[in-house]
Design a protein around this ligand. Sequence first.
Ligand code: SAM
Length: 274
Amino acid sequence: MPKDKRKRKTFAAKADKYDLYQQSVQEPECEVEFFDKAFEEQFGRTALLLREDFCGTAAVCCEWVKSQKDRRAIGVDLDPEPIDWCRNHTFSKLKSEQQDRITFILDDVRKQLDEKAEIISAQNFSFFLFTTRDELRGYFESARDNLADEGLLVLDMMGGSEVFLDDHSDVTEKDDFTYEWEQATFDPITHHCKFHIHFKFPDGSKLKKAFTYEWRLWTLPEVCELLREAGYSEVHVYWEGVDDDGEGDGVFTRATCGTADPAWVAYVIAVNAG
Ligand SMILES: C[S@@+](CC[C@H](N)C(=O)[O-])C[C@H]1O[C@@H](n2cnc3c(N)ncnc32)[C@H](O)[C@@H]1O
């Protein structure tokens, strides 16, 4: 076959969706930095055992064991695919003694484990997949049972008027692809919503609906109330500061009132004090 007739694979066909996801969505160093700050503020010391619920590609587990030699991490996810991806990518780049300090559990996050973690993290809004108060309170209760006597559940949340829209997209240009976060549907009566992640490439090819999430968009007061109902002794919201241009500066501090930003991300921590 002449060279020019040979069918070239498009960028989309060659793309690795988990790699693109990590480049677009995740900042594990920032997560670990925040966990350290929140735990230190609450208990005046550093934590050693992290459990990453809904771990997916377990980027936070890998970062956690890199951050200190005596730290261990447990990653929990139902889906073997992202965990296998982690084993072949992020995990395989760790030193073997770091790998030895990570355990993967292929199971439901509500599973009770023998080991109680000092921090349980549930990042990238994953708990939004629990769509009723009973289901969400049930998850918060089981997480509390999985926490050590001095333990923190760390959640992230998003909100703001832009989130209560449908047919709305945020597009970010990366070096060699475009990342699109599409809010496809939002129902104001149930707060049920559907999001897609799409990737686009310089050759015009696309990876449409690389990831789809069907969630309930919980609000901060609902989540804080449910955490208290689930028995946590304290619940704190960490709100992001702003730089001189009014953009988020990545620094989250405890707050009891926020500003009505049209699109915000915040952390919520819930304390188990034994
Ligand atoms: C939005 S992804 C988040 C991945 C990762 N935490 C992150 O920050 O990017 C949600 C993950 O939760 C997992 N998942 C959904 N329901 C689960 C459950 N009940 N127990 C454990 N994992 C679950 C899915 O397999 C998926 O990997």
